[in-house]
Design a protein around this ligand. Sequence first.
Ligand code: C5P
Length: 336
Amino acid sequence: DSPVPTMASARLKYLSLGVLVFQTTSLVLTMRYSRTLQAEGPRYLASSAVVVAEVMKILACVVLVFKEHSYSMRALNSILRQEILHKPVETLKLAIPSGIYTLQNNLLYVALSNLDAATYQVTYQLKILTTALFSVSMLGRRLGVYQWLSLLILMAGVALVQVRLNQLQRRVNPSASGMQSSQFVGVTAVLVACCSSGFAGVYFEKILKESKQSVWIRNIQLGMFGFVFGLFGMLAYDGERVRESGMFQGYNTITWTVVALQALGGLVIAAVIKYADNILKGFATSLSIILSTLISYFLLQDFDPSSVFFLGAVLVITATFLYGYEGKPSANPSRA
Ligand code: C5P
């Protein structure tokens, strides 16, 4: 790591963050749209979309490695052999984050089939908390007062958003005491995804930082396992339907857009981990929350925000910025 960032790497950092804001916002909205508003014909299988996104991601990474080696087929062939086939232990290490990401990618479809885009995104910000906890326990990172404080604010914010969910639910069905079952399923899916996102993200970061390997090669290794796990998941969960109508049943332009955005996400997140860091990744997601809430409200009319929701969302976003605040402007360079 060079201590003084060059102009080019600073540009790549903000470019990757900008693309992440765009990618997160469009993925959440198109995924929600594809799971709910579209009525005609059979709905595509989410488990199949996860597999197709992995294939796209692997292809894109192979092209990037090809480019890194001046478009030489021979060099591409030898680097893939050398780094993937001839280092089975290194390759196997990626099976762990990959399996967890595959589960997570499937859970996100469950979440967005049951929750509106804004509630989903704000609740999913709890992954900042899990990422912090895993960074402390697995990478030995130390957090400052502002960072712990911001995590408390984050939890308060997410709790407020959940309060609004319950209020809305009681208005629809006054006799119900808890959450509607679909909301319960959605929220549970998001909470499990928060744990997996934190663990897999930190694990991937650990692997990246322990070696000098190109991030695209790492992503190919990750994607290969993702493809295998995803395929098993699809056959186990939707096997019968796949045998009846094929894995591409219900695919249309929107589905392909969702899949392409999901694949793009894998590339951008890897780039953000490389050129920026996980804290900045949190900033980008918070910006994307503001954007998708506004779009969800004005364009899709999918969501009825209340003042409690807004207060919750403001707390979550404040927390994200507060989390990134400490460390950079600090005068005493006491580092862990
Ligand atoms: O929400 P979160 O940041 O955990 O999302 C991570 C997403 O990025 C997952 O869909 C995961 O499959 C993908 N990813 C990837 N390659 C990486 C890291 C994450 O495709 N190197």
